[in-house]
Design a protein around this ligand. Structure first.
Ligand SMILES: Nc1ncnc2c1ncn2[C@@H]1O[C@H](COP(=O)(O)OP(=O)(O)OP(=O)(O)O)[C@@H](O)[C@H]1O
Length: 231
């Protein structure tokens, strides 16, 4: 029997003495797309952060979240191995360049530097390296050519968002993407590229959980989890 990629039971969250949600159950299998919907403040980001092991739950919670069979509370390293989470915050150093941040992220996520299809000569000098570098290739695909070495804090909001989303192109063995408003600040060209990339990932068996206040053109069946704003 195939394990679900994400399996969550009894998820509860309380903030500032307000119960945001309680007893949420969610299962996401290979190839499934789930949209998390709800008005501002309903608790979507809070739920996503709990599911990826970053958010705190109610003290008395009896909830359980597993990703690829690993509990996010007790085995976060294992649970996170095939997970990519793109939240509101970039999670990168503003002082480092896009290339440096992504290189560091790849080494932390145990992937080293994946060789590109380009020759060493093609990429020589493009970002101060003479190694074939898939990071440069991906940054270029995302319209960041020439900005690879600029400190991230000097990039525009949309450019910074693209740097964060580059993870979706670089992590070759992920099977779960959790995306919190991934289209925010992106122009329509990059939105289309991202939609196509998400669709391709789903078709190859990946699972996606995402929020978006914007209408998307992802041409793929989906489920919706609606969070009610609870007073
Ligand atoms: N760190 C925090 N401390 C206290 N309250 C918080 C914190 N983060 C969020 N909240 C509160 O939790 C509620 C839910 O916030 P959350 O960001 O999860 O909502 P959301 O559904 O993602 O909203 P949006 O659509 O605006 O992004 C809000 O009322 C917010 O004020």
């Amino acid at each position: 029997m195939n394990l679900p990629i994400l399996d969550a039971t009894n998820i509860c969250c309380e903030k500032q003495d307000r119960i945001l949600f309680q007893d949420i159950d969610l299962t996401i299998n290979s190839g499934e797309l789930v949209f998390l919907r709800g008005e501002n403040g309903a608790g979507k980001t809070s739920l996503l952060r709990i599911l990826v092991g970053l958010g705190a739950q109610s003290a008395m919670s009896v909830s359980k979240v597993t990703i690829n069979g690993h509990c996010v509370k007790s085995e976060l390293n294992l649970a996170g191995q095939k997970l990519i989470y793109c939240g509101h915050k970039l999670g990168f150093s503003g002082l480092l360049s896009a290339q440096e941040n992504l290189q560091y992220w790849m080494s932390l996520s145990g992937q080293g530097l994946v060789k590109s299809t380009h020759s060493a000569e093609d990429t020589k000098g493009q970002a101060g390296t003479d190694r074939p570098n898939i990071i440069i290739e991906v940054l270029q695909e995302l319209g960041l050519a020439g900005l690879e070495e600029v400190p991230v804090k000097q990039l525009s909001a949309g450019q910074q968002r693209r740097v964060g989303l580059a993870k979706l192109w670089l992590h070759k063995s992920s099977n779960l993407w959790v995306l919190d408003e991934p289209f925010t600040a992106l122009d329509t060209h990059i939105v289309s590229i991202l939609e196509a990339h998400i669709t391709q990932f789903l078709k190859s068996g990946g699972a996606v959980l995402m929020t978006s206040h914007q209408q998307t053109n992802i041409d793929y069946p989906h489920k919706t989890l609606e969070l009610e704003y609870m007073w």
